[in-house]
Ligand binder design. Structure first.
Ligand code: SF4
Length: 368
């Protein structure tokens, strides 16, 4: 998935959901229009026709997330519970999508591997599970979280609250199909969708989301104030990683052969942010933490795109190299928004430029 936003949707999954809702056409994606992407075009079209929608009326929000609890069947000293992350869809309204974006869900769940055992997630099924000692947790795409062999109900609520503060980033808006992290990134880049009253504003069983909280620029001071010392550390990581990626892009445009090795540090920063979200206290801290997470995801996409462009420029370029180098140089300097007047840049290269451009914009809007 390129998640380049050339179609006006932050991710390909959001685009597919927009097609299902009739808010977008398959042809709006310049990459899917390429003959070599014919098969994927069929997948998006089929999703829209067959509908990955649930079509069910929304259940009422579960109080505190808890749907039911009971003693475990194999030991009455432990409890089992079914809980649900609420996606903000008013009771009785038709639910169009799974509660979680499967890719984001798995990105978040994979960060649990430092704290839980046997962590697994299926991007195809949107299903995850993790164990810790006797305890086991299952997360389903429809928002259900099943827990087994928990100490007591307080333990259930404590674990669910921390999990929900992490998982909320992957919850999908029922009106436009965008996940919360994409909506936060849209806002960070000044590209909010004013045509959608996001159902996510009411999402969360144990958390509340204030999408307008703290609109001041993302700076170390703001992060220290809302998230403490760990917030400052995250801000430094976001700034340093983003700057290093863009400097590499500049060198690449200048003809240098580059070898970025930042995938692991970026992943570590994403997972540290996820941990901070789990500990966040209140809607403002949650909103600020989500802004950092969105920024890191943006930097990760730019990083991967710089590496892909490097292959195109150094290996067999799919387009005249001078044109791509010039477009990259202009993108990094902020002179070219790849969504406008891109000349004859190949659509896949353009998608990578678009991801780099988003990081340029993001860093220009954040302080240290
Ligand atoms: S590749 Fe880019 S333009 Fe195409 S659907 Fe994905 S995000 Fe949209």
């Amino acid at each position: 998935m390129l998640d380049c936003a050339l179609c006006g949707n932050r991710t390909c999954s959001t685009f597919a959901r927009a097609v299902m809702l009739g808010r977008a056409q398959v042809d709006d994606c310049p990459v899917l229009a390429l003959p070599e992407w014919e098969e994927k075009r069929g997948v998006v079209a089929a999703s829209a026709l067959t509908g990955l929608t649930t079509g069910q009326p929304a259940a009422p929000p579960p109080e505190g997330g808890v749907v039911l609890t009971s003693p475990c069947k194999d030991t009455d000293k432990r409890v089992m519970a079914e809980l649900r992350v609420y996606n903000g869809v008013p009771t009785g309204e038709t639910v169009h999508f799974s509660v979680f974006d499967a890719d984001l869900l798995c990105d978040i769940v994979e960060c649990l591997s430092g704290e839980y055992e046997d962590v697994r997630c299926s991007r195809q099924l949107g299903y995850a599970r993790a164990n810790l000692g006797e305890m086991s947790i299952t997360i389903l795409g429809d928002g259900r979280v099943n827990m087994r062999r928990m100490t007591d109900i307080e333990h259930v609520q404590e674990v669910f609250g921390a999990l929900e503060r992490r998982l909320i980033a992957s919850v999908v808006c029922n009106n436009c199909g965008a996940d919360l992290l994409s909506i936060v990134l849209d806002s960070e880049l000044g590209e909010e969708d004013s045509n959608c009253a996001h159902t996510l504003a009411a999402a969360g069983s144990t958390v509340s989301i204030d999408l307008d909280a703290s609109r001041q620029p993302l700076t170390g001071a703001l992060l220290k104030e809302t998230l403490g010392g760990r917030g400052e550390e995250l801000m430094r990581a976001l700034h340093d990683l983003g700057t290093t990626v863009l400097e590499a892009a500049k060198r690449l445009a200048g003809g240098e052969d580059i070898n970025l090795q930042l995938a692991a540090p970026i992943r570590a920063a994403v997972c540290r942010t996820s941990e901070v979200l789990a500990d966040s206290d209140g809607p403002v801290a949650l909103a600020v933490g989500l802004r950092v997470l969105a920024g890191l995801v943006c930097v990760r996409r730019a990083h991967d795109s710089v590496m892909e462009l490097s292959k195109m420029l150094v290996g067999e370029a799919p387009m005249p190299t001078p044109t791509l180098r010039a477009a990259l140089e202009q993108t990094v300097s902020g002179a070219l928004d790849p969504r406008r007047n891109p000349g004859d840049v190949h659509p896949v290269a353009l998608a990578h430029l678009s991801r780099i451009w988003q990081a340029v914009e993001l860093l220009a809007r954040t302080g240290q």
